[in-house]
Design a protein around this ligand. Sequence first.
Ligand SMILES: CC(C)(COP(=O)(O)OP(=O)(O)OC[C@H]1O[C@@H](n2cnc3c(N)ncnc32)[C@H](O)[C@@H]1OP(=O)(O)O)[C@@H](O)C(=O)NCCC(=O)NCCS
Length: 188
Amino acid sequence: MLNRSRNEFIDGDWILKQIDDEAICASFDCGDDDLNEYFRVDAVLHRQELIAQTYCLQLSTYPTIALALLDFCNDAIHFDWKGKVYDDVIVIDSRKHYAYFPAVKLTRFGVQRELQRKNVGTRALNMVKKFFLTNNRTGCRFITVDAYNKPEVIQFYEKNGFKLFPYHKHNRDSLPLYFDLKRFVTNL
Ligand SMILES: CC(C)(COP(=O)(O)OP(=O)(O)OC[C@H]1O[C@@H](n2cnc3c(N)ncnc32)[C@H](O)[C@@H]1OP(=O)(O)O)[C@@H](O)C(=O)NCCC(=O)NCCS
């Protein structure tokens, strides 16, 4: 495994990298109209305004094709320690019970339609976990996602070690999940 640059993570033939050519988003189709529209049209504005950054998962043998597209922004998880128990969320010295913990949010995520259900999404998440552990400029304890409130999507994240965040007001369309990178370190 080799980290070639700060914006790229390589694992065998697989590459997770910040996109350097908008064209790679043009033909992307994950079967979800909102996400397709986001990656084809809106993502560029988010990048220009420094709100989010787009990464793609590729195979080195097909460098012009995005197998998955992912957008990220900085995030923080709020902990209200008074009267609440977070033992399942974070194992940390009580002297470090801060109100906010640094995180990176996976704001958009889709796998190319024909490749879904072939473990590509799982591979992408595994590379993301390693990428933010090894290549981060700042402290980052969690990966967060507001996942589509659909059984198959929640199951996908839960299978990949994400958990539903407790004490959170859930809305109908999305559910907040988190992944503790510290737990990943101890499992490596
Ligand atoms: C959700 C998504 C990212 C998952 O990626 P993927 O490559 O298809 O998922 P994987 O093959 O790694 O699946 C791992 C597990 O997730 C669950 N899962 C994923 N897609 C599923 C589906 N359509 N139906 C039921 N379970 C599903 C299954 O438990 C699966 O394990 P299994 O195949 O052994 O049963 C992808 O299907 C996708 O892009 N969907 C459309 C866009 C979307 O919903 N994005 C999420 C926004 S929050």
